[in-house]
Design a protein around this ligand. Structure first.
Ligand code: DAH
Length: 342
């Protein structure tokens, strides 16, 4: 009996030693210690031994059982440890510095257009500035010549904050700060997100993007304004465009204009998009009002300048043929896929 037990024990220990994974460990456990395992079955035979032999052999069986259990547990731990080490080794092989596959995502149409315009203006010596989204009433209105009871305030239904500040309604809100920061001469553009309490429809959103520009120097005239706008817009639409100015009213420019471009779809002969006029209204602009220059700390006798406020959301819509402004803020990935922006 003793010999048989010893043989079972050695066989079991050998199998434990050779086990390579947790599954095999489990199998060995069942085969030897399970309900029908060899060591369990042999206990039944112990019952048939003489009263003197029974406790002695019983003790040996229990000792073997304990030893096997310990070895099984140890082997299980070793295998687990080994697995973790292997995983770590693989993790080390993972190179976190490999660039992301760019096809996974794409830039938003507004971002693309914004970056393009920034590059164009940078190449013409303009700096790119960032305005804030929360602004003071002074910067958003007063500093651009829209005092408290001016009727022009009614055109921009404003989100007011409890502390008296507001969500900027126009990128023009940064004009004053930028003039104070750089003085004259200056050339800067400042894109930004603007907010107005609009009734929403295909061409009105409460959140939209503009890109404002200013150039201030000695003897700046409407001719400079036309040159820069024509140049920039032709580059954006990738074709030679004509521009024309119509009178427009904005309190911060004098004279003020609406700038139109020749229709990029029909080239000016007239089509559905331009309502047969050959022109598309694009961008309000003008020569900066002397009062605005003075409030920015710039001598209006010595310097003059032009400013424009480009509707960035509108431009992205035109460039990519998007017909509903609300889609741009919708988070609907399908429009990004459709317009294939990269
Ligand atoms: N801030 C104006 C708006 O949101 C747009 C604008 C018009 C900006 C004329 C300008 C400008 O710089 O010269 O309606």
């Amino acid at each position: 009996m003793q010999e048989k037990l010893e043989e079972i024990k050695q066989r079991c220990l050998k199998q434990i030693e050779n086990a390579v994974d947790e599954k095999t460990i489990e199998e060995v456990k069942v085969n030897f210690l399970g309900k029908k395992g060899e060591l369990t079955l042999i206990l039944k035979e112990v019952g048939g031994l003489s009263p003197e032999q029974r406790p002695i052999i019983g003790k040996v069986v229990n000792e073997i059982r304990e030893e096997i259990e310990k070895k099984l547990q140890k082997k299980k731990n070793d295998i687990e440890k080994e697995n973790i080490l292997k995983q770590l080794e693989n993790a080390e092989k993972f190179d976190f510095t490999v660039p992301v596959d760019e096809k996974i995502g794409s830039l938003h149409p507004i971002t693309i257009v914004q970056r393009e315009i920034e590059e164009i203006f940078k190449s013409m010596g303009f700096t790119v500035e960032e305005g804030s989204e929360v602004e003071t009433e002074y910067n958003n209105f007063e500093a651009v010549n829209v005092p408290k009871y001016h009727p022009a305030r009614d055109m921009q239904d404003t989100f007011w904050l409890e502390n008296g500040q507001l969500l900027k309604t126009q990128t023009s809100a940064a004009q004053n700060k930028i003039m104070k920061k750089y003085g004259a001469p200056l050339k800067a553009i400042f894109p930004g997100r603007c907010f107005r309490n609009e009734d929403l429809d295909a061409s009105h959103e409460n959140t939209f993007f503009q890109l404002e520009g200013m150039m201030i120097d000695k003897n700046i005239s409407v001719a400079n304004l036309i040159f820069f706008m024509k140049n920039m817009l032709s580059q954006i639409f990738d074709k030679e465009l004509n521009v024309r100015l119509r009178p427009g009213y904005f309190p911060f420019v004098e004279p003020g204009f609406e700038l139109d471009i020749s229709c990029m779809y029909c080239g000016g002969t007239g089509c559905k998009v331009c309502k047969n006029s050959g022109w598309i209204e694009l961008c309000p602009c003008g020569l900066i009002h002397p009062k605005v220059l003075e409030m920015g700390g710039i001598d209006s006798e010595e310097y003059s300048g032009f400013a424009f406020g480009l509707g960035l959301s509108r431009l992205a819509m035109m460039k990519y043929g998007i017909t509903d402004l609300r889609l741009l803020n919708s988070g609907d990935l399908r429009i990004l896929k459709q317009i294939k922006t990269n």
